[in-house]
Write a protein of this length. Structure first.
Ligand SMILES: Cc1cc2nc3c(=O)[nH]c(=O)nc-3n(C[C@H](O)[C@H](O)[C@H](O)COP(=O)(O)OP(=O)(O)OC[C@H]3O[C@@H](n4cnc5c(N)ncnc54)[C@H](O)[C@@H]3O)c2cc1C
Length: 386
């Protein structure tokens, strides 16, 4: 991925995604949620506009930018529709970036451009019914058969699975793990029903099944037996990039709360004039700012130290907890109106809750933060200067 673009390039990108969001996403965000409908053609359009492959070099059909550009897109999508932002993250970061970073020249030439343009929709399949947090306990296996692999097993809770053309997935190969490209057109591939979720509705989530799928060598990502490295290579960038969805959710919730507090009067005063509402606004703003700052800090560190889980885990833990808090307080400020389905803040809270479950849970982030801190402390024998 390319680095160090001029600040104006990012400003232009932010303006262009803001324009897109205002025109195309905000008007349908509520319908996406209520009908639980994925806007597949709009998603493909994001490919044509260069957003889906923003980190991919132009040679492979991308826009030749970097993670900062992807974070900007995530934040602006998250502001309007966290579910579209989640599907974007699964397609562009979890699947496409991973495929480009670790894939062979064959994979880069044949699959990367199709995902970057939006012609194909991508997923990453790691979670299984009996292995979520403990992902390495997966049961899916790929057995060598002559020059091919035979893949059998299933994955669950896979974002975009109901629409995916390509799934980047992992399987046990002997005692080790390997990463594979599975085209959903392969014989032996099937999908389960779309899950009916409390939030992130419109971002389709589902199960997939591999029934003795025959995969040639060209479908292996990276070296056989090195799948564990590939899993870990993507986790920090996933945490950092997805943090920005929740920064966007927080900004939207704060904005809606401010709008209402400055319009609504009770007992002859605007809501913002009551001290208890002032306190809410002050905490909401502070937590929004700290989540943005932590996410920015983790983003800066991503190129320098892609394996530093401390900042990445802290960024997503704080951004997701903050968005839940801010959305909840926004509901409180809107009073009864905040509790009805038509109010956007009600959706924001339901969407924010996913932040503590997807991309590793809050509990695991706490474990990662504490483990990394203790390790640094033991090495330097003092509180690390972070
Ligand atoms: C909307 C949505 C989209 C998703 N998209 C994808 C996707 O695209 N691809 C994909 O592969 N997966 C995806 N997931 C799956 C997601 O990554 C898992 O749900 C998550 O990793 C947790 O796994 P689990 O649900 O099996 O919970 P479990 O691992 O069973 O955990 C249940 C509870 O126990 C706690 N717990 C578990 N182990 C420990 C431990 N060691 N220490 C402390 N507490 C622990 C957890 O924190 C949690 O609170 C998605 C999930 C959702 C809900």
């Amino acid at each position: 991925m390319q680095k160090s673009l001029e600040p104006e390039t990012y400003d232009l990108l932010r303006q262009s995604i803001k324009d897109f969001v205002a025109k195309e996403v905000l008007p349908i965000a509520s319908k996406m949620d209520q009908a639980d409908e994925f806007p597949v053609e709009l998603f493909r359009k994001m490919g044509k506009m260069g957003f889906l492959g923003v980190t991919i070099p132009e040679k492979y059909g991308g826009s030749g930018m970097d993670y900062r550009a992807q974070a900007i897109i995530e934040e602006e999508l998250g502001y309007a529709s966290a579910s579209l932002a989640l599907s974007y993250g699964a397609h562009s970061n979890l699947c496409l970036d991973n495929l480009y970073r670790n894939g062979s020249e064959f994979i880069r030439e044949n699959y990367v451009p199709k995902l970057a343009s939006g012609e194909w929709i991508g997923s990453l399949g790691l979670t299984e019914p009996s292995s979520g947090t403990d992902a390495l306990a997966m049961k899916t296996r790929a057995e060598i058969d002559g020059g091919d692999y035979i893949l059998s097993g299933s994955k669950t809770f896979i974002t975009n699975a109901p629409y995916a053309d390509l799934v980047l997935t992992y399987a046990r190969t002997g005692e080790a793990y390997s990463a594979f490209v599975v085209l959903t057109s392969e014989k032996g591939f099937s999908r389960g029903n779309k899950f009916d979720k409390m939030g992130m509705r419109g971002s389709p989530t589902g199960e997939i099944f591999f029934d003795s799928i025959k995969l040639g060598n060209e479908k292996i990502i990276g070296e056989p037996g090195k799948g564990k490295d590939i899993i870990f290579s993507g986790l920090n960038s996933e945490r950092v990039i997805l943090s920005f969805i929740f920064v966007g959710v927080s900004r939207r919730a704060l904005e809606l709360a401010l709008k209402y507090a400055t319009e609504r009067k009770q007992s002859g005063k605007f809501l913002y004039e009551f001290q208890l509402i002032e306190e809410k606004l002050a905490y909401m703003y502070t937590r929004y700012q700290t989540s943005k700052l932590l996410a920015e800090k983790a983003l800066d560190n991503l190129d320098k130290d892609p394996f530093d889980s401390l900042g990445a885990a802290a960024a997503i833990m704080h951004a997701s907890e903050a968005s839940e808090y801010i959305a909840r307080e926004a509901i409180q400020i809107l009073g009864g109106l905040g509790y009805v389905k038509d109010s956007e803040v009600e959706r924001l809270l339901r969407d924010a809750i996913l932040g503590q479950i997807g991309a590793g849970t809050t509990e695991i982030r706490k474990h990662l933060i504490s483990t990394a801190l203790v390790k640094k402390y033991k090495r330097e024998d003092k509180i690390p200067n972070l």
